[in-house]
Ligand binder design. Structure first.
Ligand code: NAP
Length: 507
């Protein structure tokens, strides 16, 4: 039976972004909202990524909501299981369950220009209309498997790190891991002891720093429980250190050379074979790609059952994998640690804005949003972790919370603009979006992500960095504290198509 519901806000996704939005809505007194989740439980990327060794490389006391501190984090860098459980607890503690619509993948979102609201269709069959949509599907949600010629001829097991097949027993198997990003370098040491042979296809070597992971003692946890301010201080210190590092990434990449020597020492400690060390040594500035943290990766690569093919996987012929260097390796299983559709998010094809333009079409020259949130021609559509909100060195939860401040102010602005019973919408002016993005791209020019001599998922197909925020988290917090109405056209029902510009001063 098909069901229909109208809500003030529809949130898409129930990872950190979606659950954070839901908590914030409730705190703002908005209870008329749903959270549409495609899976059967909450957790987003921390539900989907259950690969062996999966853990966060940002310390747990910083990688958690400021409004939901967890004194009981078991490790300085907690594992996926604990982070997922934390998000489940957030859903319970903040009363979010009644708002959740699980197994409701959004298949189409269409802007109704007459009614000034979004129409949403879901795979479940239920449809919704919403005044505002908060798109919190996240950039790391749709796994990417490269189109490798002959992959369909492979007779063995194939899966992506974010869709781990726990029913498949890797013990005693010859396994290829493709890729050397943050996911693969956690998978490798976790599976190396049990597989017969592990072949790592490394297209580009990563910089890997040691990870100072340890159990958080019972005494520390007791202290954080009994004296919560101690947990807050711990968080502030973790944040402050990272905030001070930002300038090196954004303005003075040469300073990062010092960090390269620590990473090289991390490698030299474990890799005694000079030929292997040469293969594993990057030739670009550290920080250009995400700096990886692991004290177990290099020791695993030094084991006799591991081979590193210093080339990309280019072809599959039956059970033989062919590297770009011409090497051939026979394997039983392939694990793709090849990342996600970040700058070509599939959801963008399903979002249809003003004039029937999809978000994918609007973004074909590169993703662009005002203050990382709103896109011209997509009124009342807000993306959490939108364009240029990513971080290279700190916790994304800080950025998410800044965006939630913006969301709260956005809803207040809509309320203030609407006459009783009237529905209004805000559409960012193309000039405002352009000006914001010009400023972002200008700052980007000097950053390590653009000058460091590498390619990465931070850059789109045109070589433009549309993912990373080129500043401090404090600057972003300030930029998203409030909605500036001069940056928006206000749409009203009687003349929805004729945008009315409202001056900030008029409020
Ligand atoms: P990723 O960083 O995009 O890495 C993909 C890897 O696949 C790269 O090494 C890439 O090589 C390689 N690749 C692609 N095609 C290949 C081919 N044909 N042959 C060989 N290699 C190929 O993906 P990810 O590791 O899943 O990480 C994505 C992001 O998720 C991270 O940057 C991070 O933000 C997040 N993450 C975080 C954690 C955490 O601890 N918090 C853990 C996992 C992931 P090139 O380098 O040459 O392109």
């Amino acid at each position: 039976m098909s069901q229909h519901e109208h809500v003030r806000v529809a949130v898409i996704g129930s990872g950190f972004g979606g659950l954070g939005a839901a908590v914030r809505l409730r705190r703002e007194g908005v209870t008329d909202f749903v959270v549409l989740e495609r899976a059967d439980s909450v957790g987003g990327t921390w539900r989907d990524n259950s690969y062996p060794g999966c853990a966060c490389d940002v310390p747990s006391h910083l990688y958690s909501f400021s409004f939901a501190p967890n004194p009981d984090w078991p490790r300085t860098f907690s594992g996926q299981r604990h982070i997922r459980a934390y998000l489940e607890r957030v859903a319970d503690t903040f009363g979010l369950r009644p708002h959740l619509r699980l197994n409701h993948e959004v298949t189409l979102a269409r802007w109704d220009e007459d009614e000034l609201r979004w129409e949403l269709e879901t795979a479940h069959g239920a449809t919704f209309t919403a005044d505002v949509v908060v798109s919190a599907g996240g950039p790391l949600s749709d796994p990417k498997i490269p189109a490798i010629p002959g992959l369909e001829t492979f007779p063995g097991k194939v899966f992506h790190s974010a869709r781990w097949d726990h029913d498949y027993d890797l013990r005693g198997k010859r396994v290829a891991v493709i890729g050397t990003g943050a996911s693969a370098i956690q998978v490798v040491p976790a599976i190396q002891p049990e597989v017969a042979k592990l072949t790592l296809f490394q297209r580009t070597p990563p910089w890997v720093m040691p990870r100072a992971d340890r159990a958080i003692s019972a005494a520390e946890r007791w202290l954080h429980r009994k004296v919560p301010v101690t947990g807050a201080v711990r968080r502030q210190l973790l944040w402050g250190i990272r905030e001070l590092q930002v300038q090196a990434f954004t303005k003075r990449p040469n300073e990062l050379g010092v960090v390269e020597s620590i990473a090289k020492a991390n490698m030299a400690k474990a890799i005694k074979d000079p030929a292997l060390r040469a293969k594993l040594t990057p030739s670009y500035r550290i920080g250009c790609k995400r700096i990886l943290l692991s004290s177990a990766y290099y020791p695993a690569l030094a084991q006799p059952n591991v081979d590193v093919v210093a080339a990309g996987l280019t072809e599959v012929r039956g059970s033989t994998l062919v590297g770009a260097d011409g090497t051939e390796t026979e394997v039983d299983a392939i694990v793709f640690g090849t990342g996600f559709h970040v700058t070509d998010m599939p959801i963008a094809q399903r979002v249809v804005g003003v004039g029937g333009t999809t978000l994918a079409e609007a973004w074909k020259g590169g993703m662009e949003a005002l203050r990382g949130a709103t896109a011209a021609g997509f009124p009342n559509w807000m993306t959490v972790i939108g364009p240029n909100t990513g971080l290279g060195n700190s916790s994304m939860i800080l950025m998410i919370e800044s965006q939630l401040n913006y969301l709260a102010d956005y809803l207040k602005a809509l309320d203030a603009l609407a006459a009783p019973g009237e529905r209004v919408a805000l559409d960012p002016k193309p000039a405002a979006v352009g000006a914001w993005n010009d400023r972002v791209q200008e700052r980007m020019k000097r950053t390590v992500w653009n000058t460091g001599g590498c390619t990465s998922w931070y850059l789109d197909a045109n070589g433009r960095n549309t993912t990373i925020w080129p500043g401090t988290t404090t600057e972003f917090r300030k930029a998203t504290r409030e909605v500036r109405l001069v940056e928006y056209d206000v749409l009203r029902p009687d003349r929805a198509r004729a945008a009315e510009t409202v001056k900030e001063a008029a409020l």
